[in-house]
Ligand binder design. Structure first.
Ligand code: SF4
Ligand code: SF4
Length: 337
């Protein structure tokens, strides 16, 4: 069984004012992860293993080597750079022994065309906050801010807490994008520092949830209730948006959307500002191939516009306030049906 994420001793020293964390990337000028113009920070490590994951490079807490075949000029400098012999040039490109690769990065530093990159870099909360502050003018003009995503931000609670504190000190609004699966102790550390929570509710059936994400949804639903309570207390401004990825054959079923909607209507009516249905997209297929991972959804096309409309209609028929339901993301054109 996996250990519970959010152990405060993990990835960061307790008591340290400026703990370091491991991040994958920083995406500037984003308009998808909360209001206004935002910068989204993607952290490493996630306790779930959703089969449709759009950010496979963020699941493991280890640094992972990514090979960008289009940039590779076949010089084999990397092969000689790896003293452990984990690389070989083959007829179909670079072969990486991922079972033995330690992610030391020596090969990437010798590549003349940046065809090798490590997913995962360590950075202190203060340094990252400084980097994020550079776009403060955009946040202020647009009502935006910084969204901490992943991976799972609550899987590095000390780092996330310190980062949010430092952003608030700089007058920057903060949001958490979470799968919800974290120890209540981690939530207690981090939630008071967020002004928006983007909370994923993927599947209501606990058996299917475990089958498709690797974990039951019991802990997630308990944490969701705690966030709803915090919103209802109204001791400070806290917004809650729910997000459901629309995955064909998995989460996008009428039964599941009705079940999530009924749950929201019964337990969170009035506390949830938006319920976003996020259309499946397959843009991450290249990420899987760079990591040498087969992806179940590699050949799954975008959903049709009418399928998205049907999903929204199912959600609105569930008893939830229909005005909070929206669909985000692209659809296949009707003419391609
Ligand atoms: S990251 Fe390090 S261990 Fe892995 S292939 Fe490159 S040089 Fe070898
Ligand atoms: S060093 Fe870079 S360009 Fe050369 S073979 Fe390796 S990945 Fe390709």
């Amino acid at each position: 069984m996996r250990s519970l994420p959010g152990n405060p001793t993990h990835l960061g020293s307790p008591g340290a004012e400026n703990p370091s964390g491991v991040i994958v990337s920083v995406q500037r000028l984003s308009t998808e992860d909360g209001p206004g113009i935002r910068t989204t920070v993607f952290l490493k490590r996630c306790p779930l293993s959703c089969r449709w994951c759009q950010n496979p490079e963020s699941i493991s807490e280890q640094s992972q080597l990514q090979w960008f075949s289009v940039r590779c000029i076949g010089c084999a400098s990397c092969v000689t750079a790896c003293s452990a012999g984990n690389l070989a040039m083959t007829g179909s490109g670079l072969s990486i022994n991922r079972l033995r690769c330690t992610g030391c990065g020596t090969c990437a530093s010798r590549c003349p065309s940046n065809a090798l990159e490590l997913a995962g870099r360590e950075i202190s909360a203060a340094r990252l906050a400084e980097e994020l502050e550079r776009d403060k003018a955009f946040y202020e003009q647009s009502g935006g801010g910084v969204t901490v995503s992943g991976g799972e931000p609550l899987a590095q609670p000390l780092f996330t807490r310190a980062l949010l504190e430092k952003l608030l000190e700089r007058g920057i609004q903060t949001a958490l994008d979470t799968c919800g699966f974290a120890a209540p102790a981690a939530w207690e550390q981090v939630l008071p520092l967020a002004s928006l929570v983007l909370f994923d509710l993927k599947l209501m059936d606990p058996v299917r949830h475990r089958k498709l994400t690797g974990q039951s949804n019991e802990l997630i639903l308990g944490n969701f209730a705690a966030v709803v309570d915090a919103v209802r207390l109204r001791t400070r401004r806290l917004s809650l948006w729910v997000r459901t990825p629309l995955i064909p054959g998995a989460t996008a079923t009428r039964e599941n959307l009705l079940a999530i909607g009924r749950f929201l209507a019964n337990s969170a009516q009035g506390a949830v500002e938006r319920w976003e249905l996020c259309a499946f997209n397959n843009l991450c297929r290249d990420k899987y191939s760079r990591l040498g991972i087969e992806w179940d959804y590699a050949l799954t096309p975008l959903m049709k516009q009418e399928e998205l409309e049907e999903a929204a209609a199912n959600a609105r028929a569930s008893g939830v306030d229909p005005g909070i339901v929206s669909v985000t993301g692209a659809a296949r054109a009707r003419t391609n049906a």
